[in-house]
Design a protein around this ligand. Sequence first.
Ligand code: 13P
Length: 253
Amino acid sequence: MRRPMVAGNWKMHGSEAANSALLSELQMRLQSQWPIDVAVFPPFVYLADVVRRLRGDAMLVGAQDVCAEAAGAFTGEVAASMLRDVGCTLVIVGHSERRRRYHEDDALVARKFGAALAAGLTPVLCVGETIEEREAERTEEVIARQLDAVLAMHSIEAFERAILAYEPVWAIGTGRNATPAQAQAVHAFLRRRLSDQNAMIGGQTRILYGGSVKASNAAELFAMADVDGGLVGGAALVADEFYQICAAAAARH
Ligand code: 13P
């Protein structure tokens, strides 16, 4: 019922040559009949070119961040309407690297989520705890706070057009993924929290897992009942890895 998604967050990687090689190989190998959504999230400067390259292809294109403001004197920022204008359909908000390195708080993330929706983009809202928070058994408290900030500003109905991603900070770029059971426990918690407000929306919202997803662990993670696919970093830059992760998601249903 929930269509799996595999999303490749390229972070600050890529070049025209590297993007072209990666996308060509993916276009050759990904099967259009697979019942999954595949999306790539290149850096801003490559978005328009990637959209052009993928024209006529089922692969979706999204941005890694967006300005909370609609337009104006915000040097260096990119508005949601501009992302839409160049053909993006998705945008990541609240990635832990933005929260931690650029001090984005829950309120700013919630405003970015709203800016994305207002422009007709699908926000991919990231939540996740640090290792210190997990060890202090504060995981649920932290991700509930991150999710509730968005629910409070935009209401549960906003999730009819949004995707959630659970990305434990300690699993990002570390090679140490959450175990399938750890991921499932948090995904079930997030879904319950949505369902408490609206059972139908809770049941339909896709919740992706991110944090050291690779070809070798994708199938066991995607086998979990509430894990609807992956938000992939490092492995999204390697065509064969990303292809195999997509194949694992396609095999799930
Ligand atoms: P890695 O897959 O490199 O751990 O990154 C995960 C991530 O942050 C995706 O947004």
